[in-house]
Design a binder for this molecule. Structure first.
Ligand code: ADP
Ligand code: MG
Length: 368
């Protein structure tokens, strides 16, 4: 199973990530991974390690430049995110295809559509066939985020009414042709009467039976709330990605949604913590990822920092993961795609420098 990598500022990410490499100045040092328990967290907070206490300086070339406590001594640390180290391999797809995944949250505006668009593009770039279904009928905007809004001629409603074929309603992305979008209805239309879980399941089954082969992933962008639209969106799903932000309203909704998903038989639920700000966590003005994980008790698929690039990419209709050079949030989303493929999860951990061994006799080769 692939190890998770490091991406983040103010929150570490990575499990048994042997591939993570870190160097301070010219020499290399090891990392101490701190677990997700309360004690470890305290320890991490006290020691305010490399990422826990440090701040992101930015991306330099393909390296994340982070400043840790060491900066007091005028040193900078570079972290090579594992996503970049993994470029020489492809993730191994785990589970039966098609993997039907609903992206949900309860609360609106937490990043479901952003996650769907970026995960979808990433998976397509990793050579998987992806169909994203915009099940947020009333407030449809996945097409906008993907820059495909002018190409929506037919929707699932016309397919269901027998007015067009399914492949006519599937909008193929020109950047990654193995990515297709399916909208349920024309913009500004309400959830059509009679459209429910059964109809969506019929569409998913029709996607499985396509002559050109079934997709590897069917991603369903769920509407906010827990009413009919939500029930419809989760009906055909076998797994769920629960997007939350580190604030109490979003967490309460996420908790409620988790219960509903479980009642519906969806046991494979992973969470994404979006819009995390390391400066606010440090100032104890925002819950840490560890707090969120303790509250929801779900495996973590990824952590995405607050990044103005996300908003820019939304407005441009160009998913962030396609941006070159990569951005911090883009890398976090890319790593999430890897974990999704491999059914992997990450620990909400902080990373700090390995404590240095003090030698009584430094001149005999011990470290200071
Ligand atoms: P939802 O689908 O849950 O309603 P969206 O994905 O549409 O949420 O996101 C709502 C807004 O938040 C969008 O304007 C988007 O650009 C912004 N946003 C989402 N994630 C981030 C992030 N990590 N950093 C900054 N802005 C974000
Ligand atoms: Mg949305």
């Amino acid at each position: 199973m692939a190890a998770s990598g490091i991406v983040g500022a103010g929150f570490g990410a990575g499990a048994s990530s042997a591939g993570v490499q870190i160097s301070c100045g010219s020499g290399s040092r090891g990392l101490v991974m701190i677990g997700s328990g309360r004690e470890e967290r305290q320890l991490a907070q006290n020691r305010a390690g490399l990422i826990g206490g440090g701040g992101l300086q930015g991306l330099k070339g393909r390296q994340l430049v982070l400043r840790g406590r060491e900066s007091e001594h005028g040193r900078r640390c570079r972290v090579v995110p594992q996503a970049l180290l993994q470029w020489n391999r492809r993730p191994e797809l785990v589970g039966e295809i098609p993997r039907v995944v609903v992206i949900t949250s309860g609360k609106g505006g937490v990043g479901k559509t952003t996650t769907t668009a970026n995960l979808g593009m990433c998976l397509a770039r990793l050579n998987f066939k992806v169909v994203a279904i915009d099940a947020d009928v009333g407030l449809r905007n996945l097409d906008l985020l993907l820059g495909l809004e002018n190409r929506v001629n037919y929707t699932a409603m016309e397919v269901l009414n027998g007015e067009c074929r399914l492949d006519q309603a599937l909008i193929r992305d020109k950047r990654w042709t193995n990515f297709e979008l399916l909208c349920i209805n024309k913009p500004r239309y309400k959830m059509p009467l009679g459209f429910g879980g059964k109809a969506l399941t019929w569409l998913v089954d029709a996607l499985k039976k396509r002559p050109e082969g079934q997709p590897h992933f069917i991603l369903i962008d769920c509407p906010a709330g827990i009413d009919a639209g939500f029930i419809t969106a989760i009906t055909p799903a076998k797994e769920a990605i629960l997007v939350t932000t580190p604030d109490i309203t979003s967490l309460r909704d996420a908790d409620r949604v988790t219960g509903l998903l479980e009642c519906d038989g969806i046991k494979d639920i992973k969470m994404v913590v979006n819009r995390v700000r390391s400066d606010m966590i440090k100032g104890e003005d925002m819950m840490s990822v560890l707090d969120v994980q303790e509250m929801l008790g779900l495996p973590l698929l990824g952590v995405v920092p607050e990044d103005s690039e996300v908003i820019k990419s939304t407005n441009r209709g160009y998913p962030l993961v396609l941006k070159n050079p990569p951005t911090l949030a883009g890398l976090a989303l890319e790593q999430m795609a890897w974990r999704l493929v491999e059914k992997d999860s990450m620990k909400a951990i902080l990373i700090e420098e390995a404590p240095q061994k003090r030698s009584l006799f430094p001149f005999m080769g011990g470290k200071n």
